[in-house]
Design a binder for this molecule. Structure first.
Ligand SMILES: NC(=O)c1ccc[n+]([C@@H]2O[C@H](COP(=O)([O-])OP(=O)(O)OC[C@H]3O[C@@H](n4cnc5c(N)ncnc54)[C@H](OP(=O)(O)O)[C@@H]3O)[C@@H](O)[C@H]2O)c1
Length: 290
């Protein structure tokens, strides 16, 4: 009897832990970020002008990393730089504007410049965080331009940058690529077919880390750095119910796809009415995908 009570209590505790998780269990079992892994190292972040990239830059700088900020909007990058240096005057931060859709020749020049910064120290961590916008709409409503832009930025630009940078890392015998993927890169994501396919493509290229910003950007950046500094090959960061769907898609795909089929049309309706596209309620709606 005592054993049964103990078993039920342990199961309940595990369920509570799962229900309140904001990352996969392996990631959450790690301690805080390892400062010694990034202190003094050069961390290059794309998409650093706002959102998760901006917060990542601030948290990496806080851990003593030398940070290179990239995106298209130079003014916003300068703003992020000045916010970092006004809080931590000793921080070493450089702004390096970059357009991931600008093609190989232009990206080659940017890589050369990144490698030359901080007295030619070379890039230790390349954080592939930039992404094209991701509106939620029916797959058949997606435009050719949206498809081209998404793949040029999320996939082709990111992979080209990797090709151009990896040889120097190999020569130095050190370097990490950290890729901000998405739950949409692990499971079907109704209403985001193009974005989801671009992230699946990225996951196919990088055995990677994914992130989900409904977790606060601060927490997302914190867990990303934990994953990077503990050398995790892949980590999941997300609130429920997305985390549950990801576990199902990984270990019980039939149930996951049944679940997502029920959710799909309701999610598009929620997006159209600017409702919550991540709510449990989507599952209980009446509409189903044909
Ligand atoms: N937010 C979420 O809920 C969520 C969920 C799952 C995964 N993620 C992933 O996490 C990453 C960051 O998301 P976020 O929401 O913070 O993104 P965001 O706010 O939309 O910011 C996108 C960043 O990418 C940059 N960017 C866009 N086009 C670019 C281009 N052609 N060349 C270079 N940089 C470009 C933007 O800067 P400029 O406009 O100045 O170029 C901006 O800094 C993305 O990879 C996203 O897919 C986010």
């Amino acid at each position: 009897m005592l054993l049964l009570v103990f078993f039920l209590a342990a199961a309940a505790a595990l369920l509570v832990k799962f229900a309140t998780a904001d990352g996969d269990f392996t990631l959450l079992s790690k301690g805080p970020a390892k400062r010694e892994e990034v202190e003094g190292k050069v961390v290059w972040i794309t998409g650093a002008s706002r959102g998760i990239g901006e917060i990542l830059a601030k948290q990496f700088a806080n851990l003593g990393a030398k940070v290179i900020l990239s995106a298209r909007n130079k003014m916003e990058l300068e703003r992020v730089k000045s916010e970092i240096t006004s809080k931590h005057p000793a921080s070493r931060v450089e702004v390096l504007p970059l357009d991931l859709a600008s093609g190989e020749d232009s990206l080659r020049e940017v890589v050369k410049e990144a490698e030359s910064l901080f007295s030619g120290a070379g890039v230790d961590f390349m954080i592939h965080n930039a992404a094209f916008e991701r509106p939620k709409r029916n797959a058949l409503e997606e435009t050719e331009k949206g498809l081209q832009d998404t793949f040029h930025i999320n996939v082709l630009g990111t992979i080209t940058l990797t090709h151009l940078l990896a040889p120097s890392m190999l020569e130095r015998g050190r370097g990490h690529f950290v890729v901000m993927s998405s739950a949409a890169g692990k499971c079907p994501s109704p209403g985001q077919a193009i974005y989801s396919s671009s992230k699946h493509a990225l996951n196919g290229y990088f055995h990677s880390l994914r992130a989900e910003k409904r977790v606060s950007v601060e927490r997302c950046a914190e867990l990303t750095i934990v994953a990077a500094t503990h050398g995790l090959k892949e980590a999941w960061i997300s609130d429920q119910p997305i985390l549950l769907v990801m576990y199902l898609a990984q270990y019980m795909p039939t149930i996951a796809y049944w679940f997502l089929d029920r959710v799909g049309a309701n999610r598009l309706d929620a997006a159209a009415s600017k409702g919550n596209t991540y709510s449990w309620k989507l599952f209980f709606g009446q509409k189903k995908l044909a």
